[in-house]
Design a protein around this ligand. Structure first.
Ligand code: 6CS
Ligand code: FE
Length: 297
């Protein structure tokens, strides 16, 4: 662990897990810093998430959906370590570093509708910490248990503060019944410590089913009582912006309707990764990028 950086969010503890107050803002920028209006910015600051209806047009959705189908049926790509398959049935579950694999998605990262919002929320220049497509296929897509992304990114990638934001763009209609993402509004203001040392190469199993870096049922119950649970549903093309530390999860999908989303994770260039705070070595760069060059158009 890099001794020069104070660990303000200790986690993967041995004893009893505690919940800590967040020592950082949720929104760093202001209304004049980008396209998000004051009311939406204030709501994002309070709830830790905000929704943009129709971020992509129906025509764009069609183009990106075809790209996702192309990627998931690329037999050569399936052998790539960046492709994670479902534990039980082997369907493609996620494709990481998709902004480097797909020219189309690398353009989306630079699109002002996306890049300018990320810069405004984080109040600085930004770079991509992680990008992925989560397919959540029909019938066999398994969900993601409750977790804070930042808890993992802090422990295993060395992200100092929760000054990162995810943009989840729906490429299929997101319903309550096909694995729509659930979030606990306001939970980003509390850092829930997790119990248990990080195993060697934890990512090789955690990206299929996370067991370490998962809060206790007691903590989740407390947080749900305080914050409640909202669910992101909406037509393809809508986008959910959510704070790196918001408690979230999704159920499995037994319906015929896939819930396929592109996730772009922006980190502030002021929050560059250091050594992991609770792991022996950093995860591979396709999961936690160590190229902090700001994105420019
Ligand atoms: O470990 C990670 O970085 C990934 N795991 C989850 C469950 N969400 C964030 C990210 O994709
Ligand atoms: Fe997550």
């Amino acid at each position: 662990m890099d001794t020069r950086i104070e660990d303000r969010y200790p986690t993967r503890v041995a004893g009893e897990a505690k919940s800590l107050d967040r020592a950082d803002p949720t929104v760093w920028g202001s209304e004049s810093d980008g396209p998000i209006d004051a009311a939406t910015l204030a709501s994002h600051d309070a709830k830790g998430y905000s929704i943009v209806e129709g971020l992509l047009s129906p025509a764009e959705v069609q183009t990106y959906w075809q790209e996702l189908v192309r990627l998931s049926s690329d037999e050569e790509l399936k052998a790539d370590e960046r492709v994670i398959t479902e534990k039980k049935f082997g369907e493609v579950r996620s494709i990481f570093e998709v902004h480097k694999i797909s020219e189309l998605i690398s353009e989306l990262v630079r699109d002002p509708r996306v890049l300018d919002r990320a810069r405004q929320i984080l109040g600085s220049e930004v770079y991509i910490h992680q990008s992925r497509v989560n397919y959540m296929p029909g019938f066999k897509g398994t969900g993601f248990y409750w977790h804070s992304d930042f808890e993992t990114w802090h422990a295993e990638d060395g992200m100092p503060s929760p000054r990162a934001v995810s943009c989840s763009i729906a490429l299929t209609d997101n319903y309550a019944f096909n694995g729509g993402l659930m979030v606990m509004p306001g939970s980003q203001r509390t850092f829930i410590q997790c119990v248990g040392e990080t195993p060697e190469d934890n990512y090789k199993s955690s990206l299929k089913e996370q067991e370490i870096g998962v809060p206790s049922e007691h903590e989740i119950t407390k947080l749900a009582a305080e914050c409640g649970i909202d669910q992101f549903t909406g037509p393809a093309g809508s986008a959910l912006w959510f704070d790196s530390n918001i408690m979230h999860g999704s159920g499995s999908n037994i319906t015929p309707y896939p819930r396929s989303n592109i996730f772009l994770v922006f980190n502030s260039v002021e929050n560059a990764l250091v050594e992991p705070f609770a792991a022996a070595k950093p995860r591979p760069t396709f999961i936690g990028s160590r190229d902090f060059t700001p994105i420019t158009r």
